[in-house]
Design a protein around this ligand. Sequence first.
Ligand code: ZN
Ligand code: ZN
Length: 112
Amino acid sequence: MKNHPKTPFFPLCDLHHSPMRRVMLEGPASEETRTFHQCERRDCHRIFRDGYGYSDFADGEFDASRVSNRECPVCGGTLYLAEVDRARKVETWECAEMECDYTEDVPSPPSR
Ligand SMILES: [Zn+2]
Ligand SMILES: [Zn+2]
């Protein structure tokens, strides 16, 4: 491993607010390291990739039509859902960039 791992971060699924686990894809060495986070729910294909944001992943393909990307207004990095306060109905989004500590609180949409 010669890439520089970022500080570990733990995004939540933007649909279920459930934890996501880190997944590594086998791929040609020439490609960027293909790691991403995937929702732990079995029936959920939601993934988060640093630099891309949230999208769906099924049958080895990323579904670009389901992308949801929030951009950090400070550094242009990708924001991920870090915490949900169910009592206050507030979502906390954090920047995935290692050197940026931008966070943002947004009202959580009513549960579907
Ligand atoms: Zn999910
Ligand atoms: Zn940032």
